[in-house]
Design a protein around this ligand. Structure first.
Ligand SMILES: Cc1cc2nc3c(=O)[nH]c(=O)nc-3n(C[C@H](O)[C@H](O)[C@H](O)COP(=O)(O)OP(=O)(O)OC[C@H]3O[C@@H](n4cnc5c(N)ncnc54)[C@H](O)[C@@H]3O)c2cc1C
Length: 639
């Protein structure tokens, strides 16, 4: 067994040591090196980050991974309404607390280490390679403390000391300190028994008394680390005005709700009740809790009715987090399978020398490298977008040119993060399941036996395409973003198309030509979907150039008119993931020739996949849509 999950991973080290453009990120993170306690240059800061990665890599390898089996056996229990951690888990969480890693990316002035979000995300990967449920609980400390600060900044209740470049005051500072010190943690409470993906159906209520104090009542289920002290609760404060289910989202508000508080003697006074802890297929070290609120005092965040918008803003971080968790599981499964295959003999040789198994292992490794490229990029863009936004909010430059440049940089990063994040969540989660299943297959019968650990990885992986927005919901988001992108800027789409054509025909770089060919297939698929949308209504559109499409769409009803695109959303997402990964690996290989081999491996697999998806999208779906449409017509007639 490896003694350090960071040091034994050259692909991960490549990002920290070569690829990441640290200068702008560190400069923003360290407020241009003007803080009293912070680093004074990029080099020192990056050396510190490397130290953190090394330390987390060691804990994950020496203390988490060797205990993964025990964590899986020792379920968490609910005793007298309180969740108890088994000793093996408690020891790990005590260690994380001792090292102050719960405040890894919180600012110095709030007691944190002020590391970039990217480092926190990468630490999630390392812990997840040891045991993914440890990552889940660890993430609900730092992640929720960040959310408290983030929401407070958005609603304007955080002030900055402009001279010392530090936060003067933030609304939830006491709670943040408790979390950073490892004395409490938080959770995100959205799901209810009758509302998961369909948030418009949420029924938990937020209401005020005559003095204006807020309370929430209702039940939330399946809440990760839901035995937390601090709960972000999405609750309904306004009735929906129309029968359209999407309008229900406008009536949701975001609250911070403490589930208990302590009296002067330190006794716990319950404000909400933890009803049950779920008995799950995997993730046995992470508590999944049902919680009931009954007129529980709550803090409204932002304005009433802003709940869904606020949730979307924080959800990006969580989805990127699941992407990194997924990579951790993939890495564990690949390495376990590789080791076993190099030792197990069959028909005169080790099984890794059998063609099919060698092919599996090669594909597993290639996929992991591709997903990591995407995940690192999404975390980087998300963080840069958020930090430039912060800079503009509190330290906007007076110089107009500088201001404009910062604004356009922010938009660039935000747009890129928004485009990549659903892809990272989708492809990471799906591949974690596929790779964990392959790990079992490579182990043969031993894979199915608990003692060997391969089956645990599949049990742990299988929830990744479900929580933080299912794979289907990610696909719908990716599809919508892609099609809306064309609607908003048909000219831009046309230009991208032309550029890809040009590269495909005339680039001197063969790999660039191949990547451009994939881009063309994805653009052609998008164009096909657009032209098929609302076929009857706008049959003319097919004859028009794409630059003239904009005016057609003003009268569209997305839910009715996008049926074919919704049907193919997952296929389109798979295609867009492959193209995005190839783009990134191409960019890497141009700067770092040693990465070219990874792109070649990835392209070899992506090319037939994309061609297949292209054909599938163009040739299937209509029969099913006709059937669904007939059924809908019948329902409409009967109501
Ligand atoms: C271990 C675990 C931890 C969790 N942690 C949290 C947490 O911390 N906080 C929290 O709030 N929730 C949490 N959840 C809940 C999780 O987010 C939901 O289960 C998930 O969002 C799906 O909701 P649902 O279970 O109601 O399924 P449904 O929404 O009923 O979906 C069922 C199926 O239908 C599909 N579907 C639904 N609508 C559409 C559509 N429009 N188009 C296509 N397909 C669709 C879904 O993709 C899915 O395949 C957790 C769940 C688990 C299992």
């Amino acid at each position: 067994m490896s003694s350090n999950f960071y040091q034994d991973n050259p692909d991960l080290k490549f990002y920290i040591e070569k690829y990441i453009d640290w200068d702008p990120l560190v400069e923003l993170t360290e407020y241009k090196f003007q803080t009293k306690d912070g680093f004074k240059n990029v080099k020192d800061a990056v050396t510190f980050y490397k130290g953190i990665m090394d330390s987390v890599g060691e804990i994950a390898a020496k203390e988490v991974a060797p205990n993964a089996k025990q964590i899986d056996i020792d379920h968490l229990t609910l005793e007298n309404g309180e969740v108890k951690f088994p000793p093996v888990l408690q020891k790990i969480f005590d260690k994380i607390k001792k090292l102050d890693y719960y405040g890894m990316c919180m600012p110095y002035e709030l007691g944190g280490m002020n590391c970039p979000f990217l480092i926190f995300m990468m630490s999630n990967e390392l812990f997840a390679r040891g045991d993914v449920s440890v990552t889940a609980h660890y993430g609900f400390h730092g992640g929720m403390a960040m959310a408290m600060l983030f929401f407070s900044i958005i609603e304007g209740s955080t002030t900055f000391d402009r001279e010392n470049f530090q936060i003067k005051q933030t609304r939830f500072s006491e709670f943040i300190t408790e979390i950073i010190e490892g004395k409490a943690w938080g959770s995100m409470d959205i799901t209810e028994p009758s509302a998961g993906s369909d948030m418009a159906a949420l029924t938990t209520r937020g209401f005020q008394d005559e003095k204006g104090n807020w309370f929430v009542s209702g039940q939330k289920i399946f809440i990760t680390s839901g035995h937390a002290k601090y709960h972000f609760v999405i609750a309904r404060t306004e009735e929906s005005e129309s029968t359209d289910s999407f309008s229900g989202l406008k009536g949701l508000s975001m609250f911070l709700v403490p589930a208990y508080q302590e009296d002067k003697k330190g006794n716990r006074i319950k404000l909400a009740s933890f009803d049950s802890i779920e008995d799950k297929l995997g993730h046995h070290g992470s508590a999944t809790v049902s919680i009931s609120f009954d007129k529980t005092p709550a803090y409204l965040i932002g304005k009433r009715g802003d709940g869904f918008k606020l949730m979307l803003r924080i959800m990006n971080n969580a989805r990127i987090g699941v992407g990194f968790e997924s990579i951790g599981i993939c890495e564990a499964a690949y390495r376990m399978a590789k080791k076993y295959a190099s030792e197990r003999q069959s028909m005169g040789k080790t099984i890794d020398q059998h063609e099919m198994i060698a092919d599996y292992l090669d594909e597993m490794k290639t996929d992991i490298q591709g997903i990591r490229a995407l995940a690192v990029k999404s975390a980087y863009h998300e963080e840069m977008g958020q930090k430039i936004n912060l800079l503009l909010t509190y330290f906007a430059p007076e110089d107009k040119k500088e201001l404009k440049s910062l604004q356009s940089q922010m938009e660039y990063h935000q747009k890129a993060a928004r485009a990549i994040t659903p892809l990272v969540k989708y492809i990471g989660a799906e591949k974690a399941v596929e790779i964990a299943k392959r790990c079992i297959q490579i182990h043969g019968g031993y894979g199915y036996i608990k003692e060997y650990g391969a089956e645990k990885l599949l049990r742990d992986a299988i929830v990744l395409p479900i929580y933080e927005g299912t794979s289907q919901i990610q696909s719908l988001m990716a599809m919508k973003d892609n099609l809306m992108g064309i609607l908003k800027d048909p000219g831009g789409f046309f230009t991208k198309n032309l550029q890809a054509h040009w590269k495909n025909k005339s680039s001197h770089n063969k790999l660039e030509r191949r990547v451009a060919k994939l881009q063309l297939l994805s653009y052609s698929t998008l164009q096909f979907l657009m032209s098929q949308l609302a076929g009857k209504k706008f049959s003319d559109i097919r004859k028009k150039p794409v630059t003239e499409w904009g005016s057609f769409f003003k009268t569209w009803d997305p839910k009715k008119d996008f049926a074919l695109a919704m049907l193919h959303a997952e296929r389109l997402t798979k295609m867009v993931c492959d193209v995005a990964i190839c783009d990134l690996l191409l960019e890497q290989s141009m700067k770092y020739p040693e990465r070219q081999e990874i792109l070649e491996r990835y392209l070899e697999r992506a090319e037939p996949r994309v061609r297949y998806l292209y054909t599938e999208i163009r040739t299937t779906g209509n029969r099913l849509l006709q059937r669904l449409s007939k059924k809908q017509d019948k329902t409409n007639r009967n109501t």
